[in-house]
Design a protein around this ligand. Structure first.
Ligand code: GPP
Ligand code: MG
Length: 312
């Protein structure tokens, strides 16, 4: 497939998904990003995501993986004018992390209306950096070190699979994965949330949390506290989860475009913050095997498939 055709295909998917959410999709906003990252598109994992709940405005985010080894996505975003250069530590975070941690690949996160938001760096799954390595990186927010105990105490000190850097909100996400046995038990989760200064969730949310394959916090540079924590569950049937599914999320889970024949791969997230809980949903649009297997989501997907077969 030629590059233009691939761009058209991905653009159409973004446009179709936007339509499900009443988000206005314009070629003017999306095309420049697809063009700047067109070399990555054919082999990219592409995720289409939405969030719901109070304080979340209607938006469709698209995530595209970008291979390691070339120009990093932050530099590309700067040189294409998608974001402005800044003196804030958020601007050096990606390169500082790369110097010290084994980055296996990147991704970008872009809002159809809000524009370029984030970069991600994911790590080699057999060589994950420790929290201590991460907190030693100069531009990492102090809040990561402040809250590291809540994870280290429960066996997650060496389980950082990915980081996300949000240039618009000036926040960083730290993703924990390959979760060891026992770390999702209610008493562990309650202790972890207490250490983070976050309220205890409902019984139903605790049940949901036990199905997580990844846990991630969001922190900024202005506070020692975590802003929020998200528990992500991999599913192919969002309605089967012990969670509230708002009609628009249910509709998105059922209808988001996907470029493979099997049932959609979905990641449903419950986000807890001092002001309450909201949900988000990511639907995988394409998952080329060679790229997908670099992500922890792939391992979680395989584990789940093995469990389901074992149950039969
Ligand atoms: C979720 O972060 C992460 C993704 C959609 C990225 C998946 C990663 C790949 C490399 C394919 P989020 O959108 O829930 O976080 P935030 O709250 O910062 O928006
Ligand atoms: Mg998001």
């Amino acid at each position: 497939m030629s590059a233009v055709t691939k761009r058209e295909e991905v653009y159409s998917a973004i446009e179709e998904a936007s339509g499900l959410l009443d988000v206005t999709c314009s070629r003017e906003n999306v095309w420049p990003v697809l063009t700047a990252f067109e070399d990555a598109l054919a082999d990219a994992v592409v995720v289409l995501s939405m969030a719901s709940g109070e304080g979340q405005s209607a938006e469709l985010d698209y995530t595209i993986t970008v291979p390691a080894g070339g120009v990093d996505p932050y530099s590309r975003a700067l040189s294409n004018g998608f974001i402005d250069k800044t003196e804030h530590p958020v601007g050096t975070l990606l390169s500082d992390i790369e110097e010290r941690c084994p980055v296996r690949g990147y991704a970008i996160d872009v809002g159809v209306t809000g524009g370029f938001k984030k970069t991600y760096a994911f790590f080699a799954l057999d060589n994950l950096p420790s929290l201590a390595t991460l907190t030693g990186v100069p531009s990492v927010p102090g809040a990561v070190a402040e809250n590291a105990g809540a994870f280290a105490h429960h066996g997650l000190a060496d389980h950082v699979t990915m980081v996300g850097i949000d240039y618009q909100h000036r926040t960083m996400n730290v993703y924990f994965g390959k979760l060891p046995d026992g770390c999702l038990e209610p008493k562990v989760i309650l202790a972890m949330l207490e250490e983070l200064g976050l309220p205890a969730p409902s019984e139903r949310t605790l049940e949901f949390i036990q199905k997580s394959f990844s846990i991630y916090i969001t922190v900024g540079w202005d506070s020692a506290k975590v802003d929020r924590i998200c528990f992500a569950v991999l599913t192919q049937d969002a309605n089967a989860l012990p969670a509230r599914i708002e009609p628009q999320i249910a509709q998105f889970a059922k209808s988001a475009p996907h470029a493979y024949a099997d049932e959609r791969v979905l990641v449903y997230g419950s986000t807890l913050s001092p002001t309450g809980e909201y949900y988000k949903l990511g639907s995988y649009y394409q998952m080329p095997p060679e790229t997908f297997k670099l992500l922890q989501t792939h391992d979680a997907f395989e584990d789940q498939a093995a469990r389901t077969t074992g149950d039969r």
